[in-house]
Design a protein around this ligand. Structure first.
Ligand code: COA
Length: 260
């Protein structure tokens, strides 16, 4: 078993062909800074090229998967170019050719949910809650979620999730085919590992080709939509609605959009 840890908030280790990436910033609800996006992009890019890695598992903590972008970090260092860490991470995960398995417990907010749209198998704790409150933050969807969420759950449910920003419970996520199974939170990481080990025992060339073929119809559309979303998201981050939403979060108050 080899262990590497790029930065303390992102842990990664490889064991028998399974690379496990753990979000490890629980005191800040696993919110993701630019440095963490860069570290995760590095892990994904390394795993893509490493023949000894067959499967990648992404997991958080039993109480929290991720609160999404670190809002303060985003305010101070908004992503401005395609090479910004968040966009590097999104490209790396959305084009990752090998199986991606996720274990999700507790809240998965913003990119905490949209990154899952690019995972192949998702095991959730019964405390999982998936939310994409981009509109509430004065933003628009990212990670091709404006394309993939309506495809996945149909337009009416997508509108509740993306326009109202209403969280999706684990039970609903299972019912609409967003996740594979619900287990007690203490068992989610172990189940993801067990499924990943099953995959890692199979021929890698077959896994890669099967994933490629299953995704072929959407690969170009996903890349195109992610670029369009990124341009809008980057512009909207600097606009008054997002500034108000982010400042309100930092000041622990409700945003007031009435003057905008
Ligand atoms: N960015 C930065 N810091 C965050 C954060 C984020 N996205 N989410 C949580 N934190 C920080 C809080 O500021 C708090 O820090 P403090 O202890 O220094 O005050 C700490 O993490 C704990 O968060 P708290 O809100 O008290 O935890 P909770 O259990 O009551 O709620 C969440 C958890 C995830 C539901 C809630 O934190 C939340 O909604 N976060 C914002 C999610 C969001 O809008 N993300 C989208 C970003 S684009």
């Amino acid at each position: 078993m080899s262990t590497t840890s790029s930065i303390p908030e992102i842990l990664s280790h490889t064991d028998n062909g399974v690379l496990t990436l753990t979000l490890h910033r629980v005191d800040k609800k696993n919110s993701i800074t630019a440095a963490m996006y860069a570290a995760m992009a590095d892990v994904l890019e390394g795993a893509r090229a490493d023949d000894s890695v067959s499967v990648l598992v992404i997991q958080g903590h039993e109480t929290i998967f991720s609160a999404g972008n670190d809002i303060g970090d985003f305010l101070n260092n908004p992503p401005s170019t395609p090479e910004s860490p968040v966009f590097r991470f999104l490209r790396a995960i959305s084009t990752f050719p090998k199986p991606l398995v996720a274990a999700v417990c507790g809240p998965a907010v913003g990119i905490g949910t949209t990154l899952l749209l690019h995972c192949d198998l998702i095991y959730a704790g019964d405390n999982a809650a998936f939310a994409m409150p981009f509109v509430n933050l004065g933003l628009c969807p990212e990670a091709a979620s404006s394309l993939l969420v309506p495809q996945l759950m149909g337009y009416p449910r997508a509108a509740e999730a993306l326009l109202l920003g209403e969280p999706i419970t684990a039970e609903t996520a299972l019912e609409i085919g967003m996740i594979n199974r619900i287990v007690p939170p203490t068992e989610a990481n172990a189940l993801a590992q067990a499924q990943a080990r099953k995959l890692a025992a199979k021929p890698l060339t077959s896994l890669i080709e099967t994933k490629r073929l299953m995704k072929k119809g959407s690969t170009a559309l996903v890349a195109e939509r992610m670029n369009e979303e990124a341009a809008s998201f980057g512009r909207m981050l600097k606009e008054p609605a997002a500034r108000e939403a982010f400042t309100a979060f930092m000041q622990k108050r409700k945003p007031d959009f009435s003057a905008l």
